[in-house]
Design a protein around this ligand. Structure first.
Ligand code: ZN
Ligand code: ZN
Length: 447
């Protein structure tokens, strides 16, 4: 009989033996950055490694996603997903940006593909997989970064996706229907090696389109309706509401202008914004989202423009399952030492958002962090300096946690599955998110 400790040691040895190859996977993804729902090269790389590892899989899920499945050799039991995200951001000044698309891995998702495959290399060691019950489900998910909203709206129009986040769409497609729990490990430039705990913001996404009337900006400005001025007043009105945002709701309201007019010689008639309202709880998101919509209407009212506000289901606040979290913490401590592990309180909200929060509404999971980066997340200086910390150590800690869950007839996975109190069923989740999707039209000239 092989002990749990021996299984973990076998997995660690396998990862250690092939660590240069695992780091190289992450670096290949770094050098081929692709934004959400366009990750074809990254998906091909994942499939190549799944093929080499003998992992059977489904592909082209939500355009580029991949779902593998490996049955343990010790009988039936729960299914545990190990997830990596395929997509990059767009950061044009980033040292590893794509010259054509501007895509760049300024959030470290390339390391997740490495740590996901690395964990599988450890778990697929013959003596390990034979002693696990249930199954391991390695998943490469598209589109975690909620960007390029207008392009994704087109994908929705074309019927290629309904939701604009990869895990949201995976939930709808039923990709997670036979998955019982999940884990992923995200990079950070915070000064620890492995960390876990805390929560994240949920959000609502907005595509805002101001329509005015073009006219000669010199000869006949009085004949025009200036959509840029409408947007400017709208944004001032948004800012006028900031004093109503409460500290405890960790509200973030921010966005970009994606079109500001077409030619300097004409009164701008078509101005578009991509906007975001984040908060730590669903009430704060809903309330502040309506204030922002009201503000955008104020801009249209002031100059007599039209505004169309498309609200889009964003992400939900994160929830780490405590049993999984404690299990991961013990393994993280074994891998990097107690002094290099950070456990955050439940109340810690980093301010960002992830669609792991969506998945956390319907199943137990963990979203730990690994160090190894320097710079500011999503910034041009966010670069992985240490692939040992960013890829290899999380691969080991995740493999060890899967072994804890699925060894000894998967008794711990059964415990997690039966004791977790998911806030929503899949149907409740889909209903809630579909209710976020609303389009408001407002004509300021008629109000
Ligand atoms: Zn990220
Ligand atoms: Zn990110």
């Amino acid at each position: 009989m092989t002990t749990v400790a021996e299984l973990k040691q076998a997995a660690i040895t396998a990862i250690e033996t092939r660590k240069d190859e695992i780091k190289d996977i992450a670096q290949q993804v770094l050098n081929n950055p692709e934004t959400g729902f366009t990750e074809q090269k990254t998906a091909s790389l994942v499939k190549k490694h799944f093929d080499a590892l003998g992992i059977s899989y489904q592909d082209s899920l939500a355009i580029t996603g991949i779902k593998g499945k490996v049955a343990g050799g010790a009988g039936p039991g729960p299914a545990v997903a190990v997830i990596g995200e395929l997509d990059s951001l767009r950061v044009l000044e980033h040292p590893y940006h794509d010259e054509v698309t501007g895509a760049a891995h300024a959030c470290g998702h390339h390391c997740q593909i490495g740590s996901m495959i690395g964990a599988m290399i450890g778990l697929l060691t013959p003596n390990v997989i034979q002693n696990l019950s249930g199954s391991i489900v390695p998943i490469a998910v598209p589109a975690e970064e909620f960007i390029e909203v207008e392009r994704r709206m087109n994908l929705r129009e074309e019927g290629k996706v309904e939701f604009m986040g990869g895990k949201q769409e995976f939930i709808k497609l039923g990709v997670f229907d036979d998955v019982d729990m999940a884990m992923i490990c995200h990079t950070t430039s915070d000064k620890f090696k492995l960390g876990i705990g805390g929560t994240s913001n949920g959000h609502v996404v907005k595509f805002v389109q101001y329509t005015g009337r073009g006219a000669h900006a010199g000869g006949a400005p009085h004949m025009g309706i200036n959509a840029l001025n409408a947007a400017m007043i709208g944004l001032s009105a948004v800012n006028a509401n900031r004093e109503t945002f409460r500290e405890q709701d960790t509200v973030r309201v921010h966005g970009i202008m994606t079109r500001g007019g077409d030619a300097v010689s004409a009164v701008p008639s078509n101005v578009t914004l991509e906007w975001r309202v984040r908060g730590g709880n669903l009430d704060a998101i809903v309330n502040n989202s309506s204030k922002v919509d009201r503000s955008f209407r104020a801009g249209a009212l002031a100059v007599g423009a039209k505004v169309s506000i498309t609200n889009i289901a964003g992400y939900m606040p994160m929830r780490n399952n405590k049993t999984l979290q404690n299990m991961f913490t013990v393994n993280a401590t074994d891998v990097v030492g107690k002094e290099n592990v950070l456990v955050r309180p439940d109340t810690h909200n980093g301010g960002g958002s992830t669609d792991m929060g969506d998945l956390a509404q319907i199943m137990p999971l963990i979203h730990p962090y690994c160090g190894g980066a320097t710079g500011t997340g999503h910034g041009k200086d966010y670069v992985i300096q240490d692939y040992e910390i960013a890829v290899i150590q999380p691969a080991k800690a995740m493999a060890m946690t899967v072994i804890d869950l699925l060894s000894e007839q998967a008794v711990k996975a059964v415990e997690v599955k039966t004791t977790d109190k998911a806030p929503m069923t899949k149907d409740q989740y889909l209903k809630f998110q579909r209710e976020r999707n609303q389009v408001t039209e407002f004509d300021g000239s008629k109000a």
